[in-house]
Design a protein around this ligand. Structure first.
Ligand code: PHE
Ligand code: NA
Length: 452
């Protein structure tokens, strides 16, 4: 059977950008920048983007495009002994998929609450006790499926399943073409409103104020590299699967640059949005900004709802914010599930419909573990392991295999033979030396910290 193809170049880029832009851009990036030196964080971040993000994206796009397979098949074509690397990445993608969908589910619930701010004034107690039902957190309190969490997760799975089941062009591409412009519009509309609030500029000052003393801190570099790989969805079999559907005539280097730049630009915009809101909130509550700022789950489900309570027209801005979170999350979730589905299709020669049904069915059942009141604990654990160990290890192995077992110069000439602008020798230097050395150092540090 002929491999499916994207309908248009814009469709492919929107799908790749849809994968890259996700929860990570909204709830991870702004806080990371703030925590790791503010304006000064952009130095390691841009360094990681140029030395690791862009070369990695070019590499994965060319692997998918040339080898026409999801990660396991693509790697097996490079060498039979390499198929496991593809499956390892597919496995990591599956783990991400099942906890990522839980957060999308929460965001769907909060989208509903946002119309009337039914989270009340104590958003912390509401989220942890009333919504997640963490209670006293004792082990006896764990377990037990929470239907009010399971149902929004089912909705998220339903949308993902519909896109994957329908196919690359009619499903994923069509969904991306609706979702991504909608997301950009919503975020710009939010910024246009909040940037004029009292205290917003103060918040931005905090975000961008450079603390250059942090530049020499290894942790800051680790954060920058970790964030680049996570935010670009590289190293998880995803971009290889997506680019395996590129038509013969495609511009690899240009597509890769666009995907990276749009994603990182979006992160910047999300940072401006979040910190304008936090600055306003600090002003309203007459607190220092350092007391209102938070990250991850706490930012999205405790701090932002509290900020929404204080906003003008909260019944509009609130739902728009959570809808943006849902859309950003869903387009990433679709890409993760496609990476798994396409690997199964390649290997077992199943039809898309059958593979999509089995993958989503199994994923759905496993993800229900996160709809119990042990969900948040499990999520923190898995998230930590994925970001600090699995992701870095997977990217490092891929770099070593491609950079040292195979010839990177072949990839470069392949890219240059089909792309409008050529990439230079720097590409090979980044893939073979700079990125693996940085990754090895960071991974080593993280492993020592984890086991100490
Ligand atoms: N890139 C997405 C984000 O920033 C997350 C993601 C990770 C998506 C891995 C797919 C795979 O949130
Ligand atoms: Na991202």
């Amino acid at each position: 059977m002929k491999r499916e193809q994207w309908g248009t170049r814009a469709g492919f880029i929107l799908a790749a950008v849809g994968s890259a832009i996700g929860l990570g851009n909204i709830w991870r990036f702004p806080y990371m920048a703030y925590e790791n030196g503010g304006g000064a964080f952009f130095i390691p971040y841009l360094f990681a983007m140029i030395t690791a993000g862009i070369p990695f994206m070019i590499m994965e796009f060319s692997l998918g495009h040339k080898l026409r397979g999801a990660a396991p098949r693509a790697f097996s074509k490079l060498g039979v002994k390499l198929e496991w690397l593809g499956w390892f990445q597919v496995f990591i993608a599956s783990v991400i998929a099942v906890y990522y969908v839980a957060v999308i589910g929460w965001a769907i619930s909060y989208l509903g609450f946002a119309f009337t701010q039914s989270w009340g004034s104590d958003t912390n107690a509401f989220f942890f006790s009333e919504y997640l039902k963490l209670g006293d957190n004792s082990p006896s309190n764990l377990g037990g499926l929470q239907l009010h969490i399971a149902i929004p997760m089912i909705i998220a799975w339903g949308i993902t399943f519909a896109a994957i089941f329908t196919g690359v062009k009619g499903g994923i591409e069509r969904a991306s073409k609706i979702m991504m412009p909608l997301l950009f519009l919503m975020v710009l509309a939010l910024i246009a409103r909040v940037i004029f609030l009292d205290g917003a500029l103060n918040g931005l000052n905090y975000l961008f104020q450079p603390d250059f003393s942090k530049i020499l801190d290894a942790k800051v570099w680790s954060a920058a590299y970790g964030q680049i790989f996570f935010t670009l969805s590289v190293g998880f079999a995803i971009m290889i699967a997506y680019s395996s559907y590129l038509p013969e005539k495609s511009d690899i280097s240009n597509n890769a640059f666009m995907t990276v730049l749009i994603n990182c630009g979006f992160s910047m915009v999300a940072g401006i949005l979040i910190f304008s809101v936090l600055g306003y909130m600090a002003q309203e509550q007459a607190k220092p900004l350092t007391e209102v700022v938070s990250a991850g789950v706490g930012l999205a489900f405790v701090t932002i709802p509290a900020a929404i309570n204080l906003l003008p027209a909260p019944y509009i801005l609130g739902p728009v914010f959570f809808l943006a979170l849902v859309v950003a999350g869903l387009s990433s979730h679709i890409s993760i599930i496609e990476a798994v589905t396409s690997a199964v299709m390649d290997k077992l020669k199943w039809s898309r419909k059958k593979a999509a049904s089995v993958v989503c069915g199994v994923g759905f059942i496993v993800s229900m573990a996160f709809a119990t009141n042990g969900g948040l604990l499990l999520l923190d654990l898995v998230d930590y392991f994925i970001n600090n160990v699995a992701l870095l290890a997977s990217c490092l192995i891929e770099l070593l295999v491609i950079g040292w077992l195979l010839k990177v110069s072949d990839i470069r000439s392949y890219v240059n033979s089909i792309s409008e602008f050529s990439i230079g020798k720097w590409f090979e230097i980044c893939i073979r030396f700079i990125s693996p050395i940085m990754l090895a150092i960071i991974l080593g540090t993280n492993l020592t910290n984890t086991f100490n």
